[in-house]
Design a protein around this ligand. Sequence first.
Ligand SMILES: Nc1nc2c(ncn2[C@@H]2O[C@H](COP(=O)(O)OP(=O)(O)OP(=O)(O)O)[C@@H](O)[C@H]2O)c(=O)[nH]1
Ligand SMILES: [Zn+2]
Length: 355
Amino acid sequence: MLDINFESLRLIGLNHSITSQLTTFDHAVPGGRLARVCEVQRDWIGVHDGATALNARPLNRLLRALAAEDAALAVGDWVLLSTDGDDVHWLSARLTPLNHLARRTSEGRRQSLASNVDTALLVMGLDHDFNLRRLERYIALADAAGVAPVAVLTKADIGIDVEARMAQLRRRLGPQVPAFALNTLDGDSARVLAPWLGMGQTLILLGTSGAGKSTLTNALANSAQATGGVRADDSRGRHTTTARSLHRCPGGACIIDTPGLRGWQPDAGEDALAATFDDIAALARQCQFRDCRHQAEPGCAVRGAVDPDRILNYHKLLREVRRTEQTPLERIADRAKWKVLVRQAQSRGRQNRGG
Ligand SMILES: Nc1nc2c(ncn2[C@@H]2O[C@H](COP(=O)(O)OP(=O)(O)OP(=O)(O)O)[C@@H](O)[C@H]2O)c(=O)[nH]1
Ligand SMILES: [Zn+2]
């Protein structure tokens, strides 16, 4: 029988949607217990069983099962843990995640970020890090996974045009995405973000290197993660955090800190993107032309009502999604077509120079 201490596991995010899976679960591992993945490394998996943090290794049978689903263990996953006579800890199974955050690399590869997350705190500095297109990209990533986005604008104490930027952000994103300007060093963050930090809640922090994710984690979880300085000229961080990790907050929520992402796309389809930009979709129904791009077309209902840069960003993300949804053959055909065009242009150039 599986040994579950609900009270202690609740502190690392256990909820009834997860435990209800156990009734139909084949857990024939002697001494098996439930644990949560806190850190994924190449050779070991950091897990917490509600009482202690320890390092474990996945059994081959788990690796095979994951490979069959084209899945991998991610921070936030619930797993079955057992300890053998030599005190080695093994993971034998993973419970089906309730949701799963992933990104696409610039080559289109899908990469797991975290599982079983309630809220994504999208962390962005009010210094040179401020970029609303990037924020919308993060919102698309969260929306596509069914994770509620909350924008946390850090460095309100040293930021540039703080009030104007917050007003611009709220106008552009509308009321659906709560947004806060914070100085994460002043100790007020936990109070402001309290509605998302309730018992059993899981949050993930996403944002560029240097945005203040580890500083915010430390403020919310009373922990002591290493934080890094940023370059003065462009506010870029130094990639101080190198792996995703899970931290417990005093109020019973837990937080997944992540390294800054570079070169990525949301793992979202066209429908998910349309949901993120549903203000555009709703107004577009009143445009004169069904395929209106809301640029110079007459009778457009979107232009003027939505920030023009938001419209451009939506179309940019749509183009990226369509490109990653191409089959490998379509991509090869597309590349071949480009090569021909480039070659034609080059030979035209040579002819012009020669003639
Ligand atoms: N003045 C001020 N400085 C801040 C604030 N938040 C973060 N910082 C500073 O910004 C620098 C970068 O913060 P980190 O928390 O390391 O950034 P990070 O997002 O975790 O960066 P990576 O771990 O590299 O992904 C540190 O020197 C922090 O002290 C803030 O609200 N105000
Ligand atoms: Zn239009």
